[in-house]
Design a binder for this molecule. Structure first.
Ligand SMILES: Cc1cc2nc3c(=O)[nH]c(=O)nc-3n(C[C@H](O)[C@H](O)[C@H](O)COP(=O)(O)OP(=O)(O)OC[C@H]3O[C@@H](n4cnc5c(N)ncnc54)[C@H](O)[C@@H]3O)c2cc1C
Length: 433
């Protein structure tokens, strides 16, 4: 075991170290702290709140947030939403759905908030000093049944009974723990995100699919608007001038409110990220005393809007198994058993929807659109059905009524027969992005 083994923080509880202060790492830190762990979060960035744009949370993660007392606070941030759905670039509706239908189907609303809002709420539930920013951390030893894990941070080595690796899609911790596992691969498309004041035109929340491109617009509770776009593009490609100009070139002639949103934005408002996916699941979500969670464990395209939601689920399930005093390696084996099959399936479905997003052939896209419209006529709320088996999840200990209903007779919350899809024919919709 390397190093002198310093232990960060004061107090008597068992020590847990979290690498990464994103949504997954912070949720895990709060949940473990509530269980009695003495938690320190090591975050590489100098600040954690100034990052990101809109984040769609679905009923599954809101129920997970209930476990740490945050679910209702987040639900109260639900923006009023009229009917929304999927459109074509000319504005034709392919299918529509509504918050009421989502709530009936999945047992609760969809909420869109700014990522920074959730980060700030989570941070405020951690004790003073529990978050250390500017701390580039690495696993020095994953530990085992008879020895603690060791995390290196600069010149320091810290021992911990439990380590949470939540260091995102390009996780160095994952590579150290599973050196033979392939890194997430480029998904074939890039994404833009922006948050702007609400435009002066009426609009319904929508996701609009073109040829190898899509655009989504969703209201935030504070009156602003979150818009996102995606396009099939070579990995690493960037606009020759700026990304706002690139969005104008690609989407400037689309239906309202897209041009008005572009008018309200400037170059500094637009974030661009290439999208990566973990095509091959990890062999386990833990090694020794280290649990891997969130994008570090199962990066997925945002086509079902589930990356952050699954990170929150991971964190709550991890804390459920890893009570202080529990045998940590055994608790982490239970965490892998619970989470690996589910997250692998969500990744698989998100990747399949991603394949539809990147279709560029005009006839194939016309067929896709016709098929979606026809399927929606046969069984309404097509966009919601993409989340069957995902958004109806409940955390351990929850009464499970929504999950039980969904898995039961096959009658959906909206009264239609429960033709659960596998994600090949239903996509996007509220919360996706
Ligand atoms: C365009 C787009 C739209 C999306 N929309 C949604 C949505 O609507 N809903 C949804 O649920 N998800 C969405 N996602 C996915 C979601 O953003 C991610 O899945 C989620 O942020 C993952 O959280 P995380 O905590 O695992 O990782 P991250 O948020 O990436 O956090 C990882 C943290 O670890 C830190 N870190 C990295 N290396 C180190 C190190 N060595 N030491 C210390 N710290 C380190 C990083 O600085 C970072 O703060 C979207 C993604 C994209 C690209």
């Amino acid at each position: 075991m390397p190093g002198s083994g310093s232990r960060p923080g004061d107090g008597d509880g068992p020590r847990a170290l979290v690498i990464g202060g994103g949504i997954g790492g912070l949720t895990a830190a709060v949940a473990l702290h509530r269980e009695g762990w003495q938690v320190t979060v090591l975050e590489r960035a100098p600040a954690i709140e100034a990052v990101g744009a809109g984040l769609g949370l679905t009923p599954n993660s809101l129920r997970a947030l209930d476990v740490i007392g945050l679910g209702d606070t987040v639900r109260s941030m639900r923006a009023w939403q009229a009917e929304g759905g999927l459109r074509t670039p000319s504005g034709r509706w392919l299918c529509r759905t509504s918050q009421d239908a989502a709530a009936a189907r999945f047992g609760g609303p969809f909420v869109l908030l700014h990522r920074a809002t959730l980060v700030s709420m989570l941070r405020s539930r951690l004790p003073e000093g529990a978050l250390v920013t500017g701390a580039d951390a690495a696993i020095a030893d994953p530990g085992g049944a008879d020895r603690p894990a060791v995390v290196r941070h600069g010149e320091l080595e810290h021992e911990a009974e439990l380590v949470v690796a939540a260091d995102g899609v390009h996780s160095a911790a994952r590579s150290a723990l599973f050196p033979g596992a392939p890194a997430p691969r480029y998904a074939g498309f890039t994404a833009w995100r922006l948050v702007v004041p609400a435009p002066d035109v009426a609009y319904a929340p929508h996701e609009t699919w073109g040829r190898g491109v899509l655009w989504g617009t969703q209201p935030l509770h504070d009156g602003r608007v979150y818009a996102y776009a995606a396009a099939a593009a070579p990995e690493g490609e960037r606009a020759p001038d700026d990304e706002h100009a690139e969005l104008r070139r690609r989407f400037g002639a689309w239906h309202d409110p897209v041009p008005a949103i572009l008018d309200a934005a400037g170059p500094d408002d637009v974030l661009r990220n290439d999208v990566f996916e973990a095509a091959v699941p990890l062999p386990a979500l833990h090694r020794g005393r280290v649990a891997v969670l969130g994008d570090a464990a199962h990066a997925m395209p945002p086509t079902l809007g589930q990356g952050g939601n699954q990170a929150v689920e991971d964190a709550i399930v991890l804390a459920h198994h890893a009570a202080p005093g529990a045998d940590v390696p055994e608790a982490l084996a239970a965490y892998t058993r619970d989470r690996l099959p589910r997250t692998s399936e969500v990744v698989r479905r998100a990747v399949r929807v991603g394949r539809l997003v990147t279709l560029t052939s005009a006839p194939v896209c016309a067929l896709r659109d016709a098929a979606m419209a026809a399927m929606n006529r046969l069984a309404p709320h097509l966009a919601l059905r993409a989340l069957d088996g995902i958004a109806d999840w409940s955390p351990p200990g929850h009464d499970g009524s929504v999950a039980a209903r969904s898995a039961g007779t096959g009658t959906d919350g909206d009264g239609t027969e429960g033709a659960r899809t596998d994600g090949t024919g239903a996509e996007g919709g509220p919360g996706s992005g």
